[in-house]
Design a protein around this ligand. Structure first.
Ligand code: UGA
Length: 439
């Protein structure tokens, strides 16, 4: 089989590389020449554990190619994925101009039956627009080539993308013909060895499945953040409550960790887009509107605790921040709660010294030199009035508290991810604040 993947962002690059890994001939295409040159030289545009090695291996084996030419790469492809960005417009709806431009390019250049698959998260109805765009381009050149469109949403998580792709819980594919179903089943066969299913459905349902999945997960998180805030007021401990409810299989143990709000490129964008789609069609997503509201408020919770602790006086104080990326194992800073917290501290006249294992270069795009970047987690603490744990990178979980206490000016820790034991820290003489526990 031969496939083309257009867009070498997160989804496109992981998708292309993982298909190459199982022996398929893959060309990843991007209009950004620098990105393609870099990729050919083994330089990746993103950090994802294990991906660099996998790209290098498959390039070496001659199964993974990078190109700026859609025109050449689409020729002879059995399947062509559209994995370009759908940036949110000002009103929150997904902007489809890149997706449709790629579809047009495919129609202008394809020379055999191809299944054209949307992999980017796109609103319900997009595959129909893709089909119209391809048909238009084919008609213009007077070509009558058979093709199908399909919707194949991606469920991988940043930081665990390779594992998620190679061993998926399920694969969802929306199709409108048996021929397309057969091609997609063949393509995904190597990934179904762990017994998890490939679920075929109509195209609009597949498109909706992605938004429903992300919205449900975002809802779990906002729900738990709401419960955490109430626990704190009522003198309950959300860590205990979480365990108490998580063991009920109907609720489950995953995605019920309270914190400082969800971030990243997916939940915030997809929740907004689904609210918008509903509104455009005369329906109000009341639960999701609340989910969004809770999340916006939650990003400020840690800052409010800091401000309260210091009696409202933050000017001239120095704060150490551990973790900048929106979650561990990624350098992605999109919608990262750290940005909200840091901007608020700076606005109060405080200074910030931050440490993150991989996200500093990305963080500099928005924070520049308005904060200092420590070379390790302990350097960040020197003379700081408090430590704020913002991202739960594994190396932050068990530091030497003796050293932490010695380097900090005041023994105060604000833990936005509930990674420490309140009793232990109290015993060591720390002031400790976390989420959803009265301290
Ligand atoms: C999310 C979904 O989990 C993927 O299935 C989906 O494919 C992806 O979006 C996408 O649409 O492309 P991702 O954004 O990489 O993946 O990250 P998650 O691990 O889901 O975390 C999202 C946010 O929720 C993070 O800010 C994280 O800190 C927060 N979170 C997660 C919590 O606050 N509590 C939890 O219990 C879990």
């Amino acid at each position: 089989m031969k496939i083309a993947v257009v867009g070498t962002g997160y989804v496109g690059l992981v998708t292309g590389t993982c298909f190459a890994e199982v022996g398929i001939d893959v060309t990843c295409i991007d209009i950004d020449e620098k990105k393609i040159t870099n990729l050919r030289n083994g330089i990746l545009p993103i950090y994802e554990p294990g991906l660099e090695e996998m790209v290098a291996r498959n390039v070496k084996q001659g199964r993974l190619h990078f190109s700026t030419s859609l025109a050449e790469s689409i020729k002879g492809a059995d399947v062509a994925f559209i994995a370009v960005g759908t940036p949110p417009g000002e009103d929150g709806s997904a902007d489809l101009k890149y997706v449709l431009a790629v579809a047009r390019g495919m129609g202008e250049n394809m020379d055999n039956y191809t299944v054209i698959v949307t992999k980017s998260t796109v609103p319900v109805g997009t595959a129909a627009k893709v089909r119209a765009e391809v048909e238009g381009a084919l008609a213009k050149r007077g070509a009558s080539i058979d093709f199908d469109v399909a919707s194949n949403p991606e469920f991988l998580k940043e930081g665990a993308a390779i594992d998620d792709f190679l061993k998926p819980d399920r694969i969802v594919v929306g199709v409108a013909s048996e021929r397309a179903e057969e091609v997609m089943r063949r393509l995904y066969k190597p990934f179904l060895l762990n017994g998890h299913p490939i679920i075929f459905m109509d195209i609009p349902s597949a498109e909706m499945t992605k938004y429903a999945a992300n919205s449900m997960l975002a809802t779990k998180i906002s729900f738990m953040n709401d419960i955490a805030n109430l626990c704190e007021i009522m003198g309950a401990d959300v860590n205990k409550v979480r365990q108490g409810i998580g063991s009920d299989a109907r609720i489950g143990t995953k995605f019920i960790y309270p914190g400082i709000g969800y971030g990243g490129s997916c939940f915030p964008k997809d929740v907004k887009a689904l609210i918008k789609t509903a509104q455009e069609n005369g329906y109000q997503m009341q639960v999701l509107q609340a989910v969004e509201g809770v999340n916006e408020a939650q990003k400020e919770v840690l800052f409010s605790k800091v401000k309260k602790h210091f009696g409202g006086e933050l000017a001239g104080k120095k704060f150490a921040i551990w973790g900048l990326s929106f979650k561990p194992k990624t350098d992605d800073m999109r919608e990262a709660p750290s940005l909200v917290i840091i901007e608020k501290l700076l606005a109060e006249g405080a200074t910030v010294s931050a440490y993150d294992p991989v996200a500093v270069a990305e963080a500099k795009h928005s924070l520049g030199d308005r904060i200092t970047y420590a070379k390790d987690q302990f350097e960040a603490l020197v003379d700081a009035d408090a430590l704020l744990v913002v991202t739960e990178w594994p190396e932050f979980r068990s530091p030497s508290f003796e050293v932490v206490g010695r380097l900090l000016k005041q023994k105060a820790i604000f833990d936005g991810r509930n990674i420490y034991d309140a009793a232990e820290l109290k015993e060591l003489g720390f002031t400790y604040h976390c989420i959803g526990v009265k301290t």
